[in-house]
Write a protein that binds this ligand. Structure first.
Ligand code: PLP
Length: 469
C-alpha cells in the first residue's frame, strides 16, 4: 500500500461520532455533561487525530477505546472550572496572580447568605422604603478609620480615577515627581490622571519635593493635590517628601482638596506584630486628608474593592458622580467587606481571623512546626527525594511592605529521580489542585505560611505521587 492509500485508510478507520455516542461510557458522560458538549469534545478529539494522521504522527488506526478515552479527558477539561482553587506555596501572602486576599470565614458566610437570598442591598427595612447600598459599609468604615464619611467602589484604581475626575477634570492635579509610580497590574499614575481628564502638573524632583514646590505650582487652575504612597518601592538616601499634614495645611489655606492614594489599606499598627511600620488609614485621616483611598484586598484582607474615606462634603460629591454608578459594588462584595470590617472592631480577632493578617503575623516558630509536621509525614513515606527545613523569607506582596523580609522556615526538596523542574511541573499540573511553589538554588521550596484548609494534605498527596520510588 502506498503512503497515500495508508493515510486514506487511517482517516476512514476513525469511528463516526454517531457510533461513538452509542458507547456506554459516553452515554454515561452525557448524563453529567450537556450532549452538545460531548459532541463538541468528540469532534475536537477526531479533528486532532486527523491532524496527527496528516502529519504522519498517527500510523495505526485509532481504536474506539482510544477515542472514547481521549474524549472523556476532553469532556472533563471542558467541564472543569477555569477559575479554581490552588495551593499558594510561594510565601507571597498578597499574591495578585493567585487572588490576593482570602476572605475570613465570616465574610464567606456573609457572601453566601446574600448571594442566594433577596436582601437589603438598597432597601431600608425600618423605613419600608428604598435605601442606599453605601450604608452597609459607611458607618463601619467611619468607625474603624475615624473618618466622617466613606464609600467603596470596584477597586482602588477606580477609586483614585473617580476622585481625580470628580475634583480635577479639566483642571490641574499636582503630584510629586517622586510619586509618579507604576503599581503592579498596570496602575500608572500619569495614565490614571490622563484617563480622569485632569491635567497632571509634576512638582519637585524624583528624590526631593518640598512644600514650596506645591505652593509655586498652585494656580487658579489647581483642582487637587494628589499624594501617592509609593507602595512597591522606596527612594533611599538624599530624599524628602512633603508630609500629609503639611500638604493638608497648604490645601486648606488655598481651598484645594488633598487625595492620598494609600494603596494597601492598613488598619492595624503592624509594629505590634514585629513588622515594620506602614502608615495606617487612621493616621492619614487624622492628618486631615480630604480623601484617602485604598484597596479592599491588600493588607485590609477583604474582597476586591476600592475604599475612599474622608470629609463628608467630599464624599457626598463623589457619591453623586456618574462614575460612582458605573463603578459600584455588587451585593456579594459589599457583604464580604462589611463582615471583614466588622472583625476590625476587635483587633486581636481581626489578626486571628483575617487570613492575610494571620499569614503576615505568623511566627517563624509556627512555620517551623508546620514544616516539621510535613517532614514527618514525607520521610515516613520513603520517597525519592531529600527533605530539609531551611530558613527563608516570605513577602507581603501586592505592593505592600516591599522591602520587608518576613522570616519563614520552609520545606526545601531535592528530588533524586526527577529534575527539580519536573517536580515543580508535576505539583502544578498533575494533581486535582495545582500547587504553586518556587525553585531556589536547585531545590523546590514550599512555604507553608500561606497554607489554609487542607493545603498540607494536598501537598503531601502530590509529593507522594510525584516522588514515589
Ligand atoms: C495597589 C495600589 C493601587 C491599585 O489598587 P487596586 O485595588 O489593585 O486597583 C493603586 N495605588 C496604590 C498606591 C496601590 O498600592
Amino acid at each position: 500500500m502506498t503512503t497515500q492509500q495508508n493515510t486514506c485508510a487511517l482517516y476512514r478507520a476513525l469511528p463516526k461520532i454517531d457510533d461513538l455516542l452509542g458507547e456506554d461510557r459516553l452515554t454515561e458522560a452525557c448524563q453529567d455533561a450537556p450532549r452538545a458538549l460531548v459532541v463538541e469534545a468528540l469532534r475536537s478529539v477526531l479533528d486532532d487525530m486527523r491532524e496527527a494522521i496528516s502529519r504522519g504522527e498517527l500510523c495505526q488506526p485509532a481504536t474506539i477505546d482510544e477515542v472514547v478515552e481521549a474524549a472523556l479527558k476532553e469532556i472533563a477539561v471542558r467541564q472543569a472550572p477555569r477559575l479554581k482553587r490552588v495551593v499558594n506555596a510561594t510565601g507571597i501572602v498578597i499574591h495578585t496572580n493567585l487572588g490576593r486576599s482570602l476572605l475570613a470565614d465570616e465574610a464567606v458566610e456573609a457572601v453566601a447568605a446574600v448571594a442566594s437570598s433577596y436582601n437589603t442591598l438598597e432597601y431600608d427595612v425600618e423605613a419600608g422604603e428604598r435605601g442606599s447600598r453605601h450604608d452597609h459599609v459607611e458607618a463601619l468604615l467611619c468607625e474603624v478609620t475615624g473618618a466622617e464619611a466613606a464609600m467603596a467602589v470596584n477597586n482602588n484604581a477606580a477609586a483614585v480615577m473617580m476622585a481625580i475626575a470628580c475634583f480635577a477634570r479639566g483642571r490641574d492635579a499636582l503630584v510629586s515627581r517622586g510619586q509618579l509610580v507604576e503599581i503592579g497590574g498596570s496602575f500608572r499614575v500619569p495614565d490614571i490622571m490622563a484617563e480622569s481628564g485632569a491635567h497632571m502638573v509634576e512638582v519637585g524632583t524624583t528624590n526631593k519635593t518640598h512644600l514650596v514646590d506645591y505652593e509655586r505650582a498652585t494656580t487658579e487652575q489647581t483642582g487637587l493635590y494628589l499624594k501617592v504612597h509609593s507602595s512597591n518601592y522606596r527612594v533611599m538616601g538624599f530624599t524628602s517628601e512633603v508630609s500629609l499634614v503639611d500638604l493638608v495645611k497648604l490645601g486648606d489655606a488655598r481651598g484645594i482638596p488633598v487625595l492620598e492614594d494609600q494603596g494597601s489599606g492598613v488598619l492595624v499598627d503592624l509594629t505590634h506584630y514585629g513588622l515594620p511600620y506602614e502608615p495606617t488609614v487612621q493616621a492619614s485621616v487624622a492628618a486631615g486628608a480630604t480623601l484617602v483611598s485604598f484597596s479592599g484586598d491588600k493588607l485590609l484582607g477583604g474582597p476586591q474593592a476600592g475604599i475612599i474615606v474622608g470629609r463628608a462634603d467630599a464624599i457626598a460629591r463623589l457619591k453623586k458622580h456618574p462614575m460612582a454608578r458605573a463603578l459600584r459594588l455588587d451585593k456579594m462584595t459589599l457583604a464580604a467587606l462589611e463582615a471583614t470590617l466588622r472583625l476590625y472592631r476587635d483587633e486581636e480577632r481581626a489578626v486571628r481571623e483575617i487570613p492575610t493578617l494571620r499569614a503576615l503575623t505568623m511566627s517563624v516558630e509556627e512555620t517551623a512546626e508546620r514544616v516539621d509536621e510535613l517532614m514527618k509525614q514525607l520521610t515516613s513515606a520513603s520517597l525519592a527525594a531529600d527533605f530539609a527545613a531551611v530558613d527563608d523569607v516570605a513577602r507581603a506582596g501586592g505592593g505592600s511592605l516591599p522591602l520587608t523580609a518576613i522570616p519563614s522556615t520552609v520545606l526545601a526538596i531535592t528530588p533524586n529521580k526527577i529534575s527539580v523542574e519536573e517536580l515543580e511541573r508535576a505539583l502544578r499540573l498533575d494533581g486535582p489542585v495545582p500547587i504553586i511553589a518556587r525553585i531556589h538554588e536547585n531545590r523546590l521550596v514550599i512555604d507553608t505560611r500561606t497554607f489554609v484548609h487542607d493545603d498540607a494534605d494536598v501537598v503531601i498527596a502530590a509529593l507522594r505521587a510525584a516522588l514515589s520510588l
